[in-house]
Design a protein around this ligand. Sequence first.
Ligand code: E4P
Length: 223
Amino acid sequence: MKFFLDTANIDQIKEANSWGIIDGVTTNPTHVSKEGRDFKDLIEEICSIVDGPISAEVVSTNCAGMLKEARDLAKLHDNIVIKIPTIPEGVKAIKVLSAEGIKTNATLIFSAMQAFLVAKVGATYSSPFVGRLDAVGHEGMELIQQTRQIYDNYGYDCEIIVAAVRHPMHVLEAALIGADVTTMNFEVMEQLFKHPLTDIGLEKFLADWKKVPQKKSRSKKGK
Ligand code: E4P
């Protein structure tokens, strides 16, 4: 399963990229609004840091506007993926962009039928938002299971990006179901490394190591 970082923050992207586990980045208008920078400059900088799919979202709500924004953004870098809301105008736009060879990420997916529709018109990725479903009393991961089954039943190669992830268990469940990608914020990605027994174990090893007698300097053999 690929790991995408869900942020537009350059410091976080650089730090997480240095861990060697990032396969791509997803941004959205909310992430971008926090950075106080020109959108295209920001996206170009992200593309210069991470060598993988970088999602940039359109803000038009009609097909013509989405297409104009998408074609413009796609010129910035080969790795750009156009994020489009899953509404009828968005589905129309995905079909056109897919025929033009422009990669798309259908966002704001909350039902398996929405995930089905975007695969039908050739979306490269679909992004079901699990955490937001959990927050209103639904089982977000069920949507991932259903989407996986539909795509497998009919051979759609649309990649499932598990989005709006809130904790490492979402990432684990996504991997067990066989999602293609999980996109997560910096804090969740950082939590993936953590286990209290690792910290306790390391502390003990280092404390014990201090008891090992050390020679002041060790000359090379034969000298
Ligand atoms: C996905 O691509 C979205 O940017 C993201 O996961 C939204 O999640 P949120 O509910 O944390 O804002």
